[in-house]
Design a protein around this ligand. Structure first.
Ligand SMILES: Nc1ncnc2c1ncn2[C@@H]1O[C@H](COP(=O)(O)OP(=O)(O)OP(=O)(O)O)[C@@H](O)[C@H]1O
Ligand SMILES: [Mg+2]
Length: 247
């Protein structure tokens, strides 16, 4: 059973909070964001660091699993990996180790060594995590490689949906590279912090790279109980909410 350490996993910690309701709404909006193309792999990125990519990726994965789906969350932020800390799980064998093994063994690889099952009383669906693994000196090269694409495609056979937590896309190109592994990308903007010109430039960059930007999630938005009182009693005690603006 999962021992929650911080407040990242609010969808498990406080499933009836306003924030959890917002993640549920984002999840639903994502389902309608691409009618013609099936979206099985979703990447989460933003312009710069600290805009709530990991928090969003984790909670979206939980909400998706709770829709009775088998979900895999992969930590592909190889520069600043956090998923293992959010879920309080080991990061001994992760995606970098799995890739080395996959290059050697191909489809005969033993996935069980790398894929960790998450269990929690608030988790009604199936959620699995692949952490970042052994630290590497060439993260961009790894996430841009043909082999990682092959590995993600191979993993697709076993899961209804894969969610990738990635590095930013503004200053470094890592988030663009992980977007190329996905069918669609969710772009995070932090209210009051993200510079709008940098966000616009980054989205343009993603689109020039032929990335399917599914929508923008605005994070850390203050809310007033009066406006959102119908969601509940604000028991989260955290004056923030998420808002989605789907293009
Ligand atoms: N809705 C929210 N309201 C307030 N604080 C939040 C919210 N979501 C995330 N945070 C806080 O913002 C900080 C950054 O969150 P997170 O690690 O998810 O960002 P990140 O974009 O993944 O960062 P990095 O680029 O370093 O990987 C954390 O301290 C987290 O607790
Ligand atoms: Mg992160």
């Amino acid at each position: 059973m999962l021992g929650l350490k911080d407040k990242t996993l609010i969808a498990l910690d406080e499933p009836n909070s306003i924030q959890s309701e917002m993640y549920r709404t984002i999840r639903t909006n994502l389902e309608y964001s691409s009618i013609d193309k099936e979206i099985n792999v979703i990447n989460v990125t933003s312009s710069v660091a600290n805009e709530a990519k990991t928090t969003t990726a984790c909670n979206l994965a939980i909400m998706t699993a709770n829709k009775n789906k088998k979900v895999l969350l992969i930590d592909l932020d190889l520069r600043s990996p956090c998923i293992h800390r959010a879920f309080n799980i080991k990061n001994k064998f992760g995606i970098t180790d799995m890739l080395v093994d996959f290059i050697k063994k191909g489809k005969d690889i033993d996935c069980k060594k790398y894929v960790q099952n998450i269990q929690h009383e608030q988790l009604t669906g199936q959620l699995y995590v692949i952490t970042s693994g052994t630290e590497v000196v060439n993260p961009t090269e790894i996430i841009s490689s043909k082999k990682i694409k092959e590995l993600v495609n191979f993993l697709k056979n076993d899961f209804d949906e894969i969610i990738i937590d990635s590095a930013p896309s503004g200053v470094i190109i890592d988030g663009v590279a992980t977007s190329k592994l996905a069918d669609g990308t969710v772009f995070i903007i932090e209210r009051g912090k993200t510079k709008i010109d940098i966000a616009q430039k980054t989205i343009k960059h993603l689109k020039l790279a032929d990335v399917n930007v599914l929508g923008v999630v605005l994070t850390k938005v203050p809310f007033s109980k009066d406006t959102y009182g119908y969601y509940g009693n604000g028991q989260s005690g955290n004056n923030n909410k998420l808002k989605i603006v789907v293009e």
